[in-house]
Design a protein around this ligand. Sequence first.
Ligand SMILES: [Zn+2]
Length: 284
Amino acid sequence: MPKVNMVELLKKAKEEKYAVPLINIDTLEWLHAVMDTAQRLQSPIIIGTAPFQVERLGGVHTVVGMIDGLVKDKGYTIPYVIHLDHGSSFEWCKKAIDAGFTSVMIDASSLPLEENIAVTKEVVYYAHAHNISVEAEIGHVGGDEANGSKEVLYADLNECVRMVKETGVDCLTPALGSVHGDYKGEPKLGFDEMQAISEATNVPLVLHGGSGIPDYQIRMCIERGTAKINVATENRRAFHNRLRDILAKDALLIDPLKTTWVAKEAIEEIVESKILLFGSNNKA
Ligand SMILES: [Zn+2]
């Protein structure tokens, strides 16, 4: 039962005003840290890998095999989603779906609206025939995580409505000032726009660039229909800071069980704090 798509997960989250975390994973240690923590706190969880992470890990079958295998070996019972983050083409989404991902994001937001809608429609058609959920993006989330450096471009309400109506997409990322990576100063999110887009589209909204947004702004996003929040940068920083500390204390360490597998505790701490902040604990 636990492997699911995002549809029911996000519908429930939106209704009950909490958000399901998407945590990007970079290595197997990451996955252990995220799943152990979500299971302990009884939170549903979305495991995200963008194409560059999928390729680094080995490919779509490696990602699916690793996640499903760990769930089986450890006997996790929480609902989990295997999600392609920032799928860059129909081919990428199809490849992920065929391998056993349960959800995909088609990020064609750098294309003109008509083309973004056209490719999203194509992905939704294929995905829904396989009971897979789809996320699309309007406007540009800033920063440089997945698709090269992007300027922030705010989502337009009418474009969001068209995207949802014409494609039947399950959830939407309206770019409203969030960025991948680090923020320069306090983030300035378009909360009024978020509220309006949530009401007009009636689908759960997604917030990318969840690292570094102050807690009170996260709560405002959830209040305004955001039901999925992506986190990557904070885990990377916490993990590597912890790893540097461990190695600095003992330059002779060569056992991964004493280095990376200990540093993963820093990820567990971040993921726990996000689950509690987003309110997804005990929602499994
Ligand atoms: Zn993103």
